[in-house]
Design a protein around this ligand. Structure first.
Ligand SMILES: Cc1cc2nc3c(=O)[nH]c(=O)nc-3n(C[C@H](O)[C@H](O)[C@H](O)COP(=O)(O)OP(=O)(O)OC[C@H]3O[C@@H](n4cnc5c(N)ncnc54)[C@H](O)[C@@H]3O)c2cc1C
Length: 239
């Protein structure tokens, strides 16, 4: 297997056109390749600057999970810390988690941040949403979002049944005119459900609309959403 390490986007595009398979930390693909056979070419983005950005409003697809820290919104930092073991987090990448893993602990966090993805296809670079990233799994270069006012994340302990544990992520954004927008994402089983509500600064019951959504119906989710949103609103009032 030839491992390509592009340093520019045009090199990455060339290798993609040649059929190179994306590889992150190989924490998932290695075992499969050992049993089913290795591809002719793989491509790691670890030397591509555009895939290694880290900041309050951007994160590269080749960044390993252990490098996600408090430079980023709380929700992403907490989500990354909750993945697997230290050894997994030191090798696994953002692209591998969102495009390759079934659990995708980063996905609820990215969804409440309303992140947009920059991806590379044989015809060039384009921006898309997370739904396309998870469904079609294009080569993920980076994620971008607008920093929220505040955010929260909670992953429950794994269950004996082997079902993925419940994850609840929330973020509070401010719209123009002082209106707020609350985003919630709930991982229930392998599905991630989202809900959004907007409200003015004097809204009496900002949570009412969220209560009516299917995200709130996932067992155990509503209590966590209420707890997180109450804290987010309090922290926004204190600022
Ligand atoms: C012991 C263990 C515990 C784990 N626990 C959790 C957990 O609690 N929560 C959780 O969410 N995950 C968990 N995982 C999964 C872990 O997050 C994945 O192993 C990891 O995210 C895959 O990342 P990787 O960079 O190693 O991907 P790789 O194994 O290199 O690739 C996986 C897939 O993603 C594709 N891919 C890689 N990079 C990109 C890219 N930039 N763009 C598009 N596609 C790409 C590859 O082509 C491949 O199909 C666990 C894994 C292990 C081994």
């Amino acid at each position: 297997m030839l491992v390509r390490l592009p340093k520019t986007v045009s090199e990455a595009r060339e290798y993609l056109t040649e059929g190179a398979v994306p590889i992150g930390g190989a924490t998932l693909v290695w075992a499969t390749w050992q049993s089913d056979g290795f591809p002719e070419q793989a491509m790691s983005l670890r030397e591509l600057p555009q895939a290694n950005v880290i900041g309050p409003e951007e994160l590269g697809g080749a960044v390993v999970l252990s490098r996600i820290d408090d430079r980023m919104p709380y929700v992403l930092h907490a989500a990354a810390k909750a993945v697997g073991t230290g050894a997994v987090r030191r090798a696994a990448t953002v692209g591998g988690n969102l495009a390759g893993s079934a659990l995708r602990c980063l996905l609820p966090a990215a969804l409440v941040l309303e992140a947009r993805a920059t991806v590379l296809a044989p015809h060039g670079v384009y921006e898309t949403d997370l739904a396309e990233v998870t469904a079609k799994r294009p080569l993920l270069l980076s994620l971008r979002w607008r920093a929220p006012v505040a955010s929260a994340y909670r992953k429950l302990q794994g269950e004996a049944s082997g079902e993925p544990p419940l994850v609840v992520a929330t973020a509070l954004h401010t719209d123009t005119g002082g209106r707020h927008r609350l985003r919630a994402a709930v991982r229930h089983g392998y599905d991630v459900l989202t809900a959004t509500t907007t409200f003015g600064p004097d809204a009496a019951h900002p949570l009412d609309e969220l209560r009516e959504t299917s995200a709130a119906d996932a067992p155990g989710a509503w209590d966590l959403i209420t707890e997180q949103v109450t804290a987010l609103l309090a922290s926004a009032r204190d600022d």
